[in-house]
Write a protein that binds this ligand. Structure first.
Ligand SMILES: C[S@@+](CC[C@H](N)C(=O)[O-])C[C@H]1O[C@@H](n2cnc3c(N)ncnc32)[C@H](O)[C@@H]1O
Length: 264
């Protein structure tokens, strides 16, 4: 099951025990737009972009390393504190975007830091194939599919603390891997739901609560039985999410009952 909530990732991570996720694949803001006035795709609202383009702090990384066993962190070259967490920093990952050298303002590659003890790898995929973007820093579905193929195992629970466009959710669905993700911005959250609904069968995408949706795998659609512990765990997590929101926002209209998440 894939669950996406609209909330601050610190709130999401606080609900999970240590080492709950096998693999976190995260893409935090690099914090470069406000410094360089470069980067991103200018067809998007740059004011909105500059508001969230703030690097995460040590507290975020402490929580991330607490709840996940392994991490792949895009923009790893911008976050100096994570390099001190490993003796070797061996398995970094490069996305070669096939950008012409002549485009001075655009980087030809992006780098992810990884905790995994694997040789460094390069994924080559033209950034120009990444069309119909709904988010200024959207990464291609193909990149996430490749990462999952290379670094995740069947049954792994994946975490993404900065969902953005939702392309990772489509890749996880295609790979049959469970994902827990959140996005703080209402507009990106809603756009991700739209994007996901275009590529996943309608009956599998469910808007459970005002600020949460989930994607079921086809084998989960008729099942509320014992076999699906992970499904039940995610329903439980959605209830906790709903309760914590209710506590912080008592004036808001009560969202639909959590019962509506039941598989049909
Ligand atoms: C670099 S973008 C992620 C792009 C994404 N990987 C994609 O392919 O579309 C970072 C996203 O994190 C969101 N964000 C920033 N701070 C956040 C926080 N504290 N909690 C949750 N989401 C956050 C931003 O709104 C933005 O959409």
């Amino acid at each position: 099951m894939i669950t996406v909530t609209r909330e601050n990732n610190m709130a999401l991570m606080s609900r999970y025990p240590d080492n709950y996720f096998e693999l976190a694949i995260v893409d935090p803001p690099y914090g470069i737009l406000n410094k360089t006035k470069r980067g991103g795709d200018h067809k998007f609202n740059m004011e909105e972009y500059s508001q969230w383009d703030v690097k995460p702090n040590d507290e975020y990384f402490n929580e991330l390393f607490r709840v996940s066993k392994n991490q792949i962190i895009w923009g790893g070259n911008y976050f100096s504190q994570i390099w001190l967490r490993s003796e070797y920093n061996k398995g970094f990952i490069i996305w070669d975007k096939n950008q012409p050298e002549s485009l001075n303002n655009f980087s030809m590659a992006e780098m992810a830091w990884s905790s995994l003890d694997k040789p460094s790898k390069i994924f080559r995929y033209s950034v120009r194939k990444n069309r119909n973007k709904i988010h200024p820093t959207q990464k291609p579905i193909e990149l996430y599919e490749w990462l999952l193929k290379m670094y995740a195992k069947k049954g792994d629970k994946i975490l993404d603390t900065h969902l953005g466009s939702g392309t990772i959710a489509i890749a996880c669905y295609n790979a049959g891997l469970s994902l827990t993700a959140c996005e703080i911005s209402e507009s990106y959250f809603l756009k991700s739901l739209e994007k996901i609904s275009e590529s996943i069968p309608e009956n599998l995408v469910q808007k459970n609560l005002e600020d949460a949706y989930s994607i079921l795998f086809p084998n989960q659609i008729h099942s509320e039985n014992e076999k699906h512990d992970e499904y039940k765990e995610q329903i439980y997590q959605l209830m906790l999410f709903n309760e914590s929101k209710a506590k912080f926002n008592l004036t808001k209209v009560k969202p639909k009952e959590i019962k509506s998440v039941k598989a049909v």
